[in-house]
Unconditional design. Structure first.
Length: 448
């Protein structure tokens, strides 16, 4: 049995030619007989047709790479690697004693739109989609440097998911890069169905830490800006979010809108956002502390004006969980029903609960303001972590009073100071303190 026939049988078996409807096998050529394999669901039809024409016009036995006009072409020796190439949308040519891999990929994907979670008034409106080739191209449009690198890996025994590690070779920390690549190469998983989130859990081992260790972004301009600062971007096929690492707490508090305005306006927006994040964490616990001190409450907070048979702690927990439940329900509610959802939340859960004396109005007020601060947090993952920390502080204040708040606050600070991502302290540049970098955190710097 010659090489072509043997390889043909192996590929037909690996691809389940008789079962999978999208596996196409063709025998093409006049004087030169070539066997062509491709997947109709992932290959570009026009490129495959061009490839067919090129093969039909071939009438000699010279190297095929001189004759084929459709895309790049490489020679592969391993049959299983050829199978993986077909599975990713490539076309395979079997000729004499060689396996030719031809670029014909055309992944199904949605259009390039502005990300819904990272909107901006000014600036570009393009965003990543689920096509890894498109996502790399969006970065290359913005970084045309000879130091730009895109290393590709495959992860998953069954999924063989493509992962691209992107960085600038003259900016990146080589030790951090080496750690990331080594962890990716050592991954032993069945598949990355949840794509980037599953990869993050495998690489960074977050365990019980609620705070995000990486930053996700769907905007190519944000990712490109981080690459220019020496960060590493991890692009996972089938995901529209790109992982940015290493990251600090303050990286999660920045937003693209700050850099689309003049520095003084950007600084105002940034400081206001910091204030909103602090409100989302500490407003309700601090208000609970002042309830037993009428003079302090009268000067700084609104005191409770009515009585309720339900304890204050229970009211606050119920309201906080209800607001979170409404947020979850809103995500799963179709757009044309969102107005009805808002009406239910306002009238039934809000006004009627106050009218029947179940909740006091002040609790609804402070919990609502706190939730608005959470919505103003740029990072969705950080806002969820803050919500969990706030609930823990509320419980500790409810049971232990001022002592509980001090213990909770101290534990929060210690936890944040103990976190490191690829050796980078999570609270940098506050702890360890770096004056110049800290000024850039507080004040929006001018664009270089």
């Amino acid at each position: 049995m010659n090489f072509v026939n043997e390889t043909d049988e192996k590929l037909a078996s690996l691809l389940n030619l008789n079962t999978n409807f999208d596996v196409i096998r063709r025998e093409i050529g006049k004087d030169v007989k070539v066997i062509l394999y491709f997947l109709s669901s992932l290959a570009d039809g026009e490129r495959v047709n061009e490839l067919d024409v090129s093969l039909l016009l071939s009438n000699n036995k010279d190297e095929l790479d001189r004759q084929i006009s459709s895309g790049s072409i490489e020679v592969e020796k391993d049959v299983y690697k050829a199978f993986l190439a077909i599975s990713s949308g490539m076309s395979i040519l079997l000729f004499e004693d060689k396996i030719y891999v031809v670029e014909t990929r055309n992944y199904p994907s949605r259009s390039i739109d502005e990300p819904a979670t990272e909107k901006t008034i000014r600036g570009s409106k393009d965003g990543f989609n689920e096509n890894i080739i498109t996502n790399v191209g969006l970065l290359r449009r913005r970084i045309r440097s000879e130091y730009f690198r895109c290393e590709i890996f495959k992860v998953g025994d069954n999924s063989h998911t493509d992962i691209v590690v992107s960085y600038l070779d003259n900016k990146v920390n080589k030790d951090s890069l080496k750690k990331i690549i080594e962890k990716i190469k050592k991954l032993k998983v069945d598949g990355l169905v949840m794509s980037d989130r599953a990869l993050e859990e495998k690489i960074f081992r977050q365990n019980f830490n609620p705070f995000p260790l990486v930053r996700y972004s769907e905007r190519p301009d944000i990712v490109a800006a981080h690459l220019l600062k020496g960060h590493i971007a991890i692009i996972v096929d089938t995901s529209s979010s790109v992982i940015i690492t290493p990251t600090t707490l303050f990286e999660h508090t920045k937003h693209i809108e700050e850099y689309r305005q003049v520095p003084i306006v950007g600084t105002f927006i940034r400081v206001l956002r910091y204030f909103a994040i602090l409100i989302s964490l500490f407003l309700v616990p601090l208000w609970m502390l002042t309830l037993n001190n009428e003079s302090f409450t009268s000067n700084f907070f609104v005191k409770i004006s009515s009585e309720s048979p339900v304890p204050v702690l229970v009211q606050i927990i119920v309201v906080e969980l209800t607001i979170e439940l409404l947020r979850i329900a809103t995500i799963h509610t179709p757009n044309h029903l969102s107005s009805a959802m808002g009406l239910i939340a306002t009238l039934i859960l809000g006004q009627m609960a106050v009218d029947i004396g179940l909740f006091v109005p002040e609790i609804l007020l402070y919990c609502s303001i706190s939730s608005i601060g959470g919505f103003a947090t740029p990072s969705y993952e950080l806002s969820l972590a803050n919500k969990l920390i706030k609930l823990m502080l509320i419980l500790m204040v409810g049971f232990l009073g001022a002592t509980g708040f001090i213990i909770g606050f101290t534990g929060l600070v210690v936890c944040l100071c103990a976190i490191k991502t690829l050796g980078v302290p999570y609270m940098y540049p506050l702890l360890p303190f770096n004056y110049d970098e800290f000024l850039k955190v507080v004040f929006r710097p001018s664009v270089n």
